[in-house]
Design a protein around this ligand. Structure first.
Ligand SMILES: [Zn+2]
Ligand SMILES: [Zn+2]
Length: 143
C-alpha cells in the first residue's frame, strides 16, 4: 500500500493498487488545471482507493465522463477520476515513495506547447491515437 498526501495534509489517499508507470498528460485542460502537464499513476477503482479527509475534498466535474478532485484547504490536485469506469489517476508527486516510478507514456502529445519537452524516452500518443483506443476498448463489440 502507498499513501498520497496533499500539501497541507488534511487529505490523504491510501492506494492498494499502485502502478509505478507514470503518464504525462499535455492536454489543455490538465495544463490549465495544474499549471503544467499532469503527471499521474493509475490507482485502480474506488475499491482500491481510500480517501481520508473527505470533508476537504472538492470535486469538479470537468467533463461528462470525469471529475477532478482537489483539496479545498491547500488547493493540491488530488485525483482525476474517470466516472464511467470508476478509475482513479493520482498525481505521482503526492506520494512520498516514488522509488519505482518511471515516466512511460505521454498523452495528448499533439496538445503539448512548444516551450517544454521531456527528455525521457516515452510512448507518445496524440488525441487521434487515444480516440482510436477508446473506440476499440468500449465500442468495438467484436472484441
Ligand atoms: Zn490540503
Ligand atoms: Zn489531460
Amino acid at each position: 500500500m502507498k499513501t498520497a498526501k496533499c500539501l497541507c495534509g488534511k487529505v490523504s489517499i491510501e492506494v492498494t493498487e499502485f502502478h509505478s508507470e507514470v503518464g504525462a498528460c499535455h492536454c489543455s485542460m490538465c495544463r490549465r488545471w495544474g499549471s503544467g502537464p499532469l503527471l499521474t499513476v493509475e490507482a485502480g477503482s474506488g475499491e482500491s482507493v481510500t480517501i481520508n479527509g473527505e470533508d476537504f475534498v472538492s470535486r469538479y466535474r470537468s467533463s461528462e465522463w470525469a471529475e477532478r478532485g482537489f483539496c479545498s484547504n491547500c488547493g493540491s490536485n488530488l485525483f482525476y477520476h474517470l466516472v464511467v469506469n470508476d478509475s482513479y489517476n493520482i498525481p505521482i508527486d503526492l506520494f512520498e515513495d516514488q522509488a519505482e516510478a518511471t515516466l512511460e507514456v505521454e498523452v495528448y502529445y499533439d496538445q503539448k506547447p512548444a516551450y517544454y519537452e521531456f527528455a525521457n524516452e516515452t510512448k507518445k500518443l496524440t488525441e487521434a491515437d487515444i480516440m482510436k483506443m477508446v473506440q476499440q476498448q468500449f465500442f468495438d463489440e467484436s472484441k
